[in-house]
Write a protein that binds this ligand. Structure first.
Ligand code: ADP
Ligand code: MG
Length: 359
């Protein structure tokens, strides 16, 4: 398989502080790869090293098999879309897009052709003469991306490009960006702190924390088989219990939670008998008032509030020990009677728990 991008053992130190701490990954040609992590974990620093704006302390970057060490940014086959877009407000759309081509000495006829083609590709045919301030937020976004794509980079780097948009537009642009990437076939490296953006758009996602990658995998893998407690908490919603491991083998773990519940589940990370462990449960893994309790962990909770969100409605509940839990509310009329203050039972199957040994 050809990789468009290979990063090996990348380190970046600012004085004594290590912003990127030994990151390695490969991105196959034509894929959508996201780097997901909280603010300050080192995403932008990593991207700037790939773009050539930041010198790595150590490590190597290869694009299509060629090392980029010592290659200046404008000589690298990559382009970077900034969060704040950095469009030129005094130029119209076509001039913005033509800017990089002109600097490369491309002829006027060729520029015109390429500009029209790329505007069509990003869904803005005939927009060349428009001024930047006549465009909506989403259209500006597309111009910023078109301006990079017209230079035909091997890899397009995107640094939280939807960050400045309002929620509704962001939802729309997620789907559009994914479609656009599939259509143009350019490799996208997309960084975000928003797990829903990463899950929706990406072929693969790297979860970054404190300068390191904790897991690289498909959105399904990250959600279903998180490799670390950090990934379990950061990707998707999760409820957490902490407690003591009463019994543990390769098949099952029996956990006595700090609130006094005894649960049976499956081990993910190593759980040692007598040691401590953290148990994570997805909101949709909890079954409200299960009829058949066989083999389930069942406990009672009080409904605190109903978080109405259409198809994804949830209940905020508390146990008798004030442990807050989020439970998905199935789209089923049977639950219409549930109100704040109600006591309900909740059950979950041992296979749906994600349990990690803790320090
Ligand atoms: P992210 O993009 O994930 O929010 P950054 O890569 O911007 O994170 O920053 C990672 C860490 O490195 C932060 O703690 C930040 O303060 C630090 N950092 C970034 N650039 C510099 C710099 N030029 N000098 C010193 N520290 C920096
Ligand atoms: Mg950043």
């Amino acid at each position: 398989m050809i990789n468009d991008l290979s990063v090996s053992d990348m380190v970046k130190k600012f004085g004594n502080f290590t912003a990127v701490d030994g990151v390695s990954f490969d991105v196959p040609a034509g894929s959508f790869f996201s780097i997901l992590g909280p603010s300050g974990c080192g995403k932008t620093t990593l991207l700037r090293m790939i773009a050539g704006f930041e010198e790595p302390t150590s490590g190597d970057i290869e694009i299509r098999g060629g090392s980029m060490l010592g290659v200046p940014p404008n000589k690298r086959p990559v382009n970077l879309v900034f969060q704040h877009l950095a469009l030129f407000p005094m130029m119209n759309v076509a001039e913005n897009i033509a800017f990089g081509l002109k600097r490369r000495g491309v002829g006027a006829a060729e520029i015109k052709k390429k500009t029209e083609t790329i505007l069509e590709r990003v869904g803005l045919p005939g927009y060349g003469e428009k001024q930047i301030n006549q465009l909506s937020g989403g259209q500006k976004q597309r111009v910023a991306i078109a301006r990079c794509l017209v230079l035909e980079p091997s890899v397009l780097l995107l640094d939280e490009p939807l960050g400045a948009l309002d929620l509704k537009l962001r939802e729309q642009m997620k789907v559009e960006l994914k479609k656009l990437q599939a259509k143009v076939g350019t490799t996208f490296i997309y960084i975000t702190h928003d797990q829903s953006e990463a899950l929706v758009m990406s072929d693969r996602v790297a979860v970054m924390n404190k300068g390191r990658f904790e897991q690289v995998g498909s959105p399904q893998e990250l959600y279903g088989k998180p490799a670390t407690p950090f990934v379990a908490q950061f990707v998707g919603d999760n409820n957490k219990w902490s407690g003591k491991v009463v019994e543990s083998d390769s098949e099952k773990v029996i956990l006595l939670t700090d609130e006094g519940y005894t649960f049976q589940t499956k081990p993910h990370g190593a759980c040692v008998s007598g040691g401590r462990a953290d148990l994570f449960l997805r909101p949709e893994a909890m079954l409200i008032e299960p009829k058949d309790r066989t083999g389930l962990n069942v406990f009672e909770v009080t409904v605190k509030s109903i978080l109405f969100d259409g198809a994804n409605s949830r209940l905020l509940t508390v146990t008798k020990e004030d442990h807050e839990l989020i439970v998905s509310l199935p789209q089923n009329r049977r639950f219409d009677h549930i109100e704040p203050g109600n006591e309900i039972s909740v059950g979950w199957h041992p296979d749906s728990g994600i349990c990690f040994g803790a320090e």
